[in-house]
Design a protein around this ligand. Structure first.
Ligand code: ATP
Ligand code: MG
Length: 723
């Protein structure tokens, strides 16, 4: 028995790795070697106890984390790399269902609906059921389906082949959605776990076989498991009873998706192991992280220590403008590279995907290679390509690529026959001018085509007189691109479009508005829109904080630390104090990714996405003053803005009313709860009155047509509040 490899662990980690029987919980802060202990435990089970890897289930939170863990394990175990069950919980459920779903009459090769597929099915059902998009958004429709699927009997009633529905039930939303799914043998994300639970509950032979098989179950990041995850884990572990869970309640960042950290805290364990030595970060970084997380009230206090040398001070940089902020980041990166750091040692983290735009442009300009971890480059995102397609077509009506990109974006139902006829008429010439000049020809004479031409012609006429940013804003509105995203409540994409407009405004400011033309803009951004397909091992990594979970990097930049951006205003409005604490945990996760140096940056200016002026994030006020260095001058009135926003939030949270009088005259105001009788506006449904509330953060609003709808507060604004 070669147990030599265990010497890499400290004594408590060793205890965790070798305590193989029973219910064991490791509860510990960031960077204390939880994941390391779990990986070594796997190797101990296989190399020392001789357990077959096929009998060990090792669950992690993201596909990337699972891939990384598989690699680490493969390097440690003798018996080859056959560790199929190192995966996410959904990954496991899919493997389980491939073997077991025949019991429900589904084929082994069932399909999986991703988010886009689910939206397409929802739209199809809404058309079929005669539900107008102005009455209900696609997102609301899908939210309703998810609520229906939370009911225990939905599988029996709707999802089994050969089921019979009463005439009344056939008209329901779920009936329609489920029928479309059954036609294609496709499960959605909710079904994947629900079907697994259903089979475990209803087929004792399947349950017992899997319980017998899975000798050992291990779960990393257990604080982010939701109730259904726990249910599946506990059911599988009920056979052998060997369940090893690892987590840190301070790093729970998925409460908004139903994570239940209390289940981890209340886990009935036979043995608890607490780790408190951090091996990742310098004392300076740990101090800063500890001082921020200490502001959460809903937590179990714990402190970490490290034996590492002090290292560099954490730096907070304040820029007068976003350009200055990002310019500072690129300057620091160049310095680090000059000192010998490798690009892949550097990570830039942000709260929301749209924030990557400014950094990407700066890095490209500085010719620094980067990759977006778990995401798409800003200028390659679909909605950005669509928006630029419109601008390109207006700039050059003979641009066929641009024409083809936008003619059916959003859908105008101008199908293949229409486009073939147009190509025929164009006879090798440019498509758009051919359409414009032949709108009365039979087959091209569709109202949607006329509207499209009208839109483009209007924009062409206006382009010399309007600012590029206004032209873009108008095209996004009038083309219906934004409306479609609003109907889908696709906030990420809407934020990206707002960010695009913001970036054009930045150009205009830099150039003097009247001297900046549409073709200047398109020429300038050509550099950013050419996909850089060369794969490189060594590139600076950009990612959202959610994607950074569990990872570590020598140098970490956290950008955009402004109130409203981080903490995210929507989260706070919707989830109040809980939202604020979840955002703070997110900040803790971000800061504790850093090994050697941590840089925190923010800037002044207006943010199109939050529609607010920017003030430094409250998290910056929570760091003990003596543990970090600030560069850049922050006038008092800026800190005052931060404090005011924090007070407004507290008032809203604890009194449940829009108590903003104290701050009359302040420009930045959080819109929080509404009260019955408040006159409100919704972007799609128009004006209405709040008539009640039933769930936290959701209000019943009667709109002018008389319909009462349930709307989340972030989609409403008081009628008399300025934009
Ligand atoms: P997180 O909470 O962020 O997921 P974690 O607790 O899972 O962190 P790990 O990622 O396992 O922590 O470990 C953090 C770093 O510390 C890694 O680089 C790891 O190799 C190192 N480390 C862990 N334990 C030890 C140890 N006993 N001796 C030396 N280095 C260690
Ligand atoms: Mg970990």
């Amino acid at each position: 028995m070669d147990t030599g490899f265990l010497k890499d662990l400290n004594s408590r980690q060793r205890e965790a790795a070798t305590a193989t029987e029973g219910r064991i919980r490791v509860i510990a802060g960031a960077g204390t070697g939880k994941t390391k202990a779990l990986t070594y435990r796997y190797a101990y089970l296989v190399n020392v106890l001789g357990i077959d890897p096929a009998d060990i289930l090792c669950l992690t939170f993201t596909n990337k984390a699972a891939a990384e863990m598989r690699q680490r394990i493969a390097a440690m175990v003798h018996s080859g790399d056959y560790n199929d069950f190192v995966c996410t919980i959904d990954g496991f459920c899919v493997k389980f269902l491939r073997q077991e779903i025949y019991r429900l009459g589904f084929p082994k090769s069932f399909g999986i609906l991703d988010e886009e597929d689910a939206k397409a099915v929802a739209k199809q059902c809404m058309d079929q059921l005669g539900i107008k998009r102005t009455e209900k958004t696609v997102k609301h429709f899908l939210d309703g389906i998810a609520v229906d699927k939370a009911l225990d009997d939905y599988i029996d009633t709707y999802m089994l082949p050969g089921r019979t529905l009463s005439d009344g039930m056939k008209k329901g939303n779920l009936a329609c959605f489920a029928a479309a799914q059954l036609k294609n043998w496709a499960l959605d994300f909710d079904d994947i776990e629900n079907f697994t639970r259903y089979i475990l509950d209803h087929f004792s032979d399947a349950r017992e076989a899997w319980q017998q098989r899975l000798n050992y179950i291990m779960v990393d990041e257990a604080q982010d498991c939701n109730a259904d995850n726990w249910d599946i884990i506990e059911k599988l572990a009920a056979g052998h009873g060997n369940l090893f869970v690892v987590g840190d309640p301070d790093q729970c960042i998925y409460e908004w998706r139903g994570a239940r950290p209390s289940r981890f805290v209340e886990f009935a364990s036979d043995k608890d192991i607490i780790l408190d030595e951090n091996y990742r970060s310098t004392p300076n970084i740990l101090d800063v992280a500890n001082s921020v997380i200490a502001h959460n009230t809903m937590r179990y206090p714990k402190d970490l220590f490290t034996r590492q040398a002090e290292g560099r001070a954490v730096i907070h940089f304040h820029g007068k403008t976003e350009q200055e902020e990002i310019g500072w980041v690129t300057d620091r990166i160049k310095e680090l590279l000059a000192e010998g750091a490798r690009p892949r040692d550097i990570a830039i983290l942000y709260r929301s995907t749209y924030q990557s735009r400014a950094v990407e442009q700066a890095l490209l300009k500085a010719q620094l290679k980067y990759t977006i971890w778990g995401g798409t480059r800003f200028f390659e995102r679909k909605e950005i390509k669509d928006a630029l397609g419109y601008l390109r077509l207006v700039n050059n009506p003979a641009d066929d690529l641009a024409f083809n990109r936008v003619i059916n974006e959003p859908s105008r139902k101008l199908g293949r026959a229409f486009l073939a006829l147009l190509a025929d008429i164009a006879g090798g010439g440019a498509l758009y001018p051919a359409l414009r000049d032949n709108l009365t020809v039979k087959g091209l004479d569709k109202p949607a085509a006329q509207e499209f031409v009208h839109l483009i012609e209007e924009a062409i006429a206006a382009k010399g007189e309007m600012r590029v940013s206004d032209l873009l804003d108008r095209l996004l509105d009038k083309s219906g691109l934004k409306r479609e995203l609003r109907e889908d409540q696709d906030e990420d994409r809407l934020e990206n479009l707002d960010e695009l407009i913001q970036s054009v405004r930045n150009y205009e400011k830099a150039y003097r508005e009247d001297a900046f033309t549409l073709s200047d803009y398109l020429q300038d951004i050509a550099l950013y829109t050419e996909p850089d397909l060369r794969k490189t091992d060594s590139a600076i990594k950009l990612m959202t904080i959610h994607q950074a979970k569990g990872l570590e990097f020598p140098y970490v930049f956290i950008i955009g630390l402004s109130e409203g951006i981080f903490p995210n205003m929507r989260t706070i409005r919707e989830y109040k104090k809980h939202g604020e604490e979840e955002e703070r945990r997110l900040m803790y996760v971000a800061m504790t990714r850093a090994e050697r140096a941590l840089f925190l940056t923010e800037s002044e200016g207006f943010n199109v996405s939050t529609k607010m002026d920017k003030y430094p994030s409250r998290f910056l006020t929570e760091i003990r003053r003596n543990t970090f260095v600030t560069e850049g001058f922050i006038p008092d009135w800026l800190w005052k803005g931060t404090r005011n926003l924090m007070h407004v939030l507290d008032e809203e949270t604890f009194t449940g009313g829009g108590a903003t009088d104290r701050f009359a005259g302040e420009r930045a105001v959080y819109q929080g709860d509404f009260q019955v009788g408040d006159a409100v506006v919704h972007e799609i449904f128009g004006e209405g009155v709040v008539v009640g509330t039933d769930r936290e953060g959701t209000f019943q609003v009667r709109f002018s047509g008389g319909a009462v709808r349930h709307i989340r507060s972030s989609f409403l604004r008081l009628q008399d509040l300025p934009d």
